[in-house]
Design a protein around this ligand. Sequence first.
Ligand SMILES: *Cc1c(COP(=O)(O)O)cnc(C)c1O
Length: 435
Amino acid sequence: MTGDAKLCSAAEPELVQGMAHQNPSEETDQGKETTRLATRLQHLSLSAQTIHADDFLNSHQAVAPPMHVSTTFRYSDNPEELSPWHNPNPANVHDSHVYSRESAPNSARMEAILTSILRGPALTYSSGLAAFHAMLVYLNPKRIAIGGGYHGCHGVIALLAKLTGLKQVDLDCDDSELGPGDVLHVETPLNPFGTSRNLAFYAEKARRVGAYLTVDATFAPPPLQDPFAFGADLVMHSGTKYFGGHSDMLCGVVAVAPRHAAKMSQPLKEERLVLGSNLGNFEGWLGIRSLRTLEVRVQKQARDAERLVAWLAAEAGKKESVVSKVVAEVTHSSLQTEDLEGGDASWLRRQMPNGFNPVFAFLTHDEVQAKTLPSKLQLFHHATSLGGVESLIEWRHMSDSMCSTRLLRVSVGLEGWEDLKADLEQAFEELAKGK
Ligand SMILES: *Cc1c(COP(=O)(O)O)cnc(C)c1O
């Protein structure tokens, strides 16, 4: 590669020396060191980080990361060097593993990139829900304040309610309903509408009552939103969506705010070792490959979604437009002029300075239109999920029975907004003709 050789030096001699004398009780120091190495490119662009933040874990001359499928790793031949859960790799002390339920090369490199771009130590899990589950198992709150949003997270809460008596209260509950150690969980932007919530507002509420603010930021990965900058304590993502980006891998991510790193990072990792909900080796490898292009994908998806939304919203308001025969209302962060509490939404530009979420929704005039429209489209697959290179549309009632039967959720892919617009336009014409 060209450029600063320091960016990709696998072995920094003084660190190698220092780590060699480590014992297992200094695990946290090792975690700290990994975080330091993963975050030292944070002054660079998002793409520079996603392409190089894992270079220090590269133990080979190969430019592209190898796929490691091994579940287990050889110990040293030297009996003097044997120490429980400490297994330095002679080729690269940072790329050191024992058993893949604890850590593995592919997911460790993916975590290094995520730690850099999310700006806090990040762990990967087998799915977004596994990450949400692990986060709540770790925090073990008595109460969780949560609004609408991704239905699966409510399923995890129901499970924990069965096990621990966890009580659910409304996100906008009175302060007196929450106490120290409880959790305020904010999903923003919000499924399925693609509208946003004011993180600073909820961070303040969490501080007042001594609760943790956890944020499901799946709909707005970097560079769109940084929840830590607005007071989040922990941030989770369904990495199945934008981090994976190609509709071919399940993944979950939990990142810890730097101020909690020393306290939370290692226990979360130790609990994952017991939960066993680790990211698979293949997914770790796919995830690295996907993250390399995160910025270009998400920027284009966000820009194209905003253009489509602007077009749809404008046309829906014109009586003579074919769009208005089908579309009754469009919901998206870019259309938000007030927040969900009725205040003005000037916070939104501050919270999402680099563009809005690439997912939006619209309501049709009736259920038949919503059910039929997907079948008239060529460039949108009718399927659940989001965040991939392929544009998707979903009659959302299919996967969330609580959702309006008039709602279609759209995930904008990379086809290009003019082609997507033309596809939607011809589908609206088909539907209007059929009436
Ligand atoms: C998809 C999704 C999840 C769940 O993630 P999985 O990877 O499917 O387990 C959680 N939250 C949001 C907002 C999602 O879109």
